[in-house]
Design a protein around this ligand. Structure first.
Ligand SMILES: Nc1ncnc2c1ncn2[C@@H]1O[C@H](COP(=O)(O)OP(=O)(O)O)[C@@H](O)[C@H]1O
Ligand SMILES: [Mg+2]
Length: 332
């Protein structure tokens, strides 16, 4: 098994707001192995973005606060790193891409300036070297006539092409780790599929480890080796992607799987969500945080929080109930 290159242990992140403390990340541990794609799935608000921003020192403090935990990149602790070292690692060793490329790209600067800035800063490229490298990167991510397009501004690219520019920028220093936060959410299905293929291809040639954050299990099925399922700031299930799809053990995972639209569906990509809402993270319920929406729930699930236990094949899940032995009930 490849060595982990990133190890997160027992991470807690909270935000202080007027109503109280938002417990956004509630004791998360995982590792990322060299060369793998690790999927993080969960509905909006489950803490996926906060978890990843926290590792990179990008949580606004205040209102945010990392109250405990550790995040080790190779043999360095990210959470205790000084700003100078952290900014060397960010963008160079660990790069991040976002759902909306416009948050990462400056609309007022030609792509050329943005791409060359990164490698001049981190790799010490001269102007000419940087331009040459940027064109190679744009070429690699499949932008036609890269040597001309490099002088265009972000708005002159289509959504899919902008996403490619952002990937080119993120990958231009050949990072060890790429964190892709919903990188295809705003794109149509065909482009989405092209971008995922592109990431896979780059992983194959460069050996990049990828954390792929998504609320879409279809994306996970296509792109990930292992998966973490998050709910209300916790991991509720983790496994190899194949095992997870074949045999979900947590009612939430099963619900997500049932809500994945079939590829041949007439409804296209319209997601049939699990009924109900995640709990308000300011006052989390005493027992299982999925209780309110769980069709397998027992009275006892209200009393204590289920810890992660081993799944029969690989991985872990956090539920007291054996969902194969309990009949789901209608919730009223
Ligand atoms: N700056 C902030 N101030 C207050 N609450 C925040 C802030 N950023 C995130 N949160 C809260 O943290 C929780 C997790 O958010 P997030 O990680 O963005 O979810 P996800 O990426 O899974 O959709 C949400 O309840 C969100 O409202
Ligand atoms: Mg998010």
């Amino acid at each position: 098994m490849p060595e982990p290159i990133l190890q997160v242990e027992n991470l807690y992140v909270e935000f202080k707001i007027d109503e109280g403390i938002v417990r956004a990340v509630n004791g998360i541990s995982f590792d990322l192995r060299a060369g793998e794609t690790l999927g993080i799935v969960g509905e909006s608000g489950s803490g996926k973005t906060v978890l990843n921003l926290a590792m990179l020192g990008l949580i606004p403090q205040p209102p945010g606060k990392i109250t405990s935990g550790s995040a080790r990149y190779r043999d360095e602790e990210l959470l205790k790193m000084n700003d100078k070292r952290l900014s060397q690692i960010r963008g160079h060793r660990i790069a991040m891409i976002f759902q909306d490329p416009m948050t990462a790209l400056n609309p007022f600067l030609a792509v050329e300036e943005q791409l060359t800035e990164v490698t001049r800063l981190h790799l010490g490229h001269t102007h000419d070297e940087a331009i040459k490298h940027a064109i190679t990167m744009l070429d690699k991510v499949g932008i036609p006539s890269a040597e001309k397009r490099i002088f265009d501004y972000p708005h002159q690219f289509s959504g899919g092409m902008r996403q490619r520019v952002m990937i080119a920028m993120a990958l231009s220093c050949n990072p060890d780790i790429l964190i892709a936060d919903e990188p295809t959410t705003s794109l149509d299905v065909t482009i989405q599929s092209q971008i995922l293929d592109l990431m896979k291809e780059l992983q194959k040639t460069e050996g990049t480890s990828i954390i792929l954050i998504t609320h879409d299990l279809g994306v996970v099925a296509k792109a990930c080796h292992r998966v973490l399922v998050m709910y209300a700031g916790k991991i509720v299930e983790r496994a190899d992607a194949d095992s997870l799809f074949a045999n979900p053990r947590h009612p939430y995972t099963r619900g997500l799987l049932e809500s994945v639209p079939r590829w041949d569906s007439e409804r296209g990509d319209s997601l049939q969500a699990i009924p109900g809402q995640p709990p308000h993270l300011v006052d989390l319920p005493t027992g299982c945080s999925f209780y309110e929406r769980c069709t397998y729930r027992q009275d006892s699930c209200r009393e204590s929080v289920p810890n992660l236990v081993d799944r029969p094949d690989d991985g872990q899940f956090a539920c007291f109930v054996n969902i194969d032995q309990v009949k789901p009930k209608e919730l009223v």
